[in-house]
Design a protein around this ligand. Sequence first.
Ligand SMILES: Nc1ncnc2c1ncn2[C@@H]1O[C@H](COP(=O)(O)OP(=O)(O)O[C@H]2O[C@H](CO)[C@@H](O)[C@H](O)[C@H]2O)[C@@H](O)[C@H]1O
Length: 487
Amino acid sequence: MIEVLSVTSEIYPLIKTGGLADVAGALPAALSKNGVSMRTLVPGYPAVKAKMGPSREVYYFADLFGVEARLFAGRAGGLDIIMLDAPALYDRPGNPYVGPEGWDWPDNWKRFAALSWVASELGLGLVEGYRPHIIHAHDWQAGLVPAYVKYGPSSTLKTVMTVHNMAFQGTFGSDIFGQLRLPPHAFSLEGVEYYGGVGYLKSGVECADVVTTVSPTYAAEIRTPDFGMGLDGLLNNRSETVFGVLNGIDMDAWNPSTDQSLRSTYSVNSLGSRNLNKAAVQEAFGLEPSNGPLFAVVSRLTWQKGIDLLAGCIELLVSHGAQLAVLGSGEAELENAIRAASVAHPGRVGLVTGYNEQLSHLLQGGADVIVVPSRFEPCGLTQLYALRYGCVPLVSRVGGLNDTVIDANVAALQAEVATGVQFAPPSQDGLANAIRRTLALYADEKSWKKMQRRGMKSDVSWETSAARYAQLYASLIGLKLDDDQDH
Ligand SMILES: Nc1ncnc2c1ncn2[C@@H]1O[C@H](COP(=O)(O)OP(=O)(O)O[C@H]2O[C@H](CO)[C@@H](O)[C@H](O)[C@H]2O)[C@@H](O)[C@H]1O
């Protein structure tokens, strides 16, 4: 059995702000079928503490970066959890990263350095009876783990760094370096130094034994200046140890035939029942009853996600008799643009702001089309949920969207392999054309149903990718890597 300690700042169903939580939450079960035992270290946010089942204290820190802290081991949400309970760092309401005013917590550098340092200590055998072979760090919040291991005493402990989004790098001023518990020479190009400051993600990408990202296309994209966000050179230097492993989804949590968030469950053979869910979506978003095409968005409302492109296409949608339901929150300007459209087109455009897991399921089970017009998308999960739910994805051709949706071009339609609509490059004109194509496809009811069914049958599970992670882990602890197909 390979023992892996996963380190993440969010994990479903304990705490979630985005796709990272879904992936961190689904991987342990998927890996257990591949000879990997995974425990997860997560901060003791109030939401995590509330969901923690029976647990036992396994370590006490009198001084963890200046605060008192405890480690608790136990089960929560079906997962093996080690919770870092440091009330001075994590016992704060709301979102894990930002305060009530919407600004990053000023001590984020310390909150996530502490998490990463504790992970590296666990890797050295801090808790009796537990010594992982590998630490798997997710995103910048765990980005210092590989540095702590590299500059620490163990020569056998290995690290994997997974980048879920290059846009969030965790960069701080050089003044924090002295408090990071790293030796002076770690403030260097080979360590944590990044343009004169400290880069958490940079340090992870530099110091980890293996770097992965969440789709093969994104793994290639981030080696270019357009997508690398300053780290492309570094990634190119170590390209033989950078891999793209496509995300899967939790097939039990997202199953239209058992999903309790739906008004009506259904399967590939009972697509007609989706109409009841469509009606429920229309009610929830203040839309009038209609049999016309219902487009939906479940997303952070940000520039990355191309929500401005969508806002520019709302007139087009409405003029063709379509409706739009948007669930999400984010940049005020984009939220306002969608809100204004909902006021201008009552009954045709609806916006629900905030985070609502149940409603996100209902949208997948009731909308006809999910729109993901991202400018970049490391993998994207919403289009995977959409495929599973017979909701046709309309996506830009970037990152994991490129790898998971087969565009309904003439050849793919004839070959009966199309599962959605893609457009490139991500521009308003591109999206507008894709919307027109989607409307034309929707008008052909028989062929549309076939496309829905193909999506529902496509493999969006973790099976292949969990085996790939297991193979990477095995290679790190002494077994040979036998291919480089996803470099
Ligand atoms: N208002 C809301 N209410 C309820 N649910 C909401 C919501 N807004 C978003 N969600 C949910 O949050 C998740 C978003 O995941 P994505 O993978 O699409 O993007 P994200 O950018 O968060 O993740 C990053 O990490 C993941 C994981 O690797 C990559 O797939 C992705 O490309 C990368 O940007 C989905 O489960 C979605 O349903």
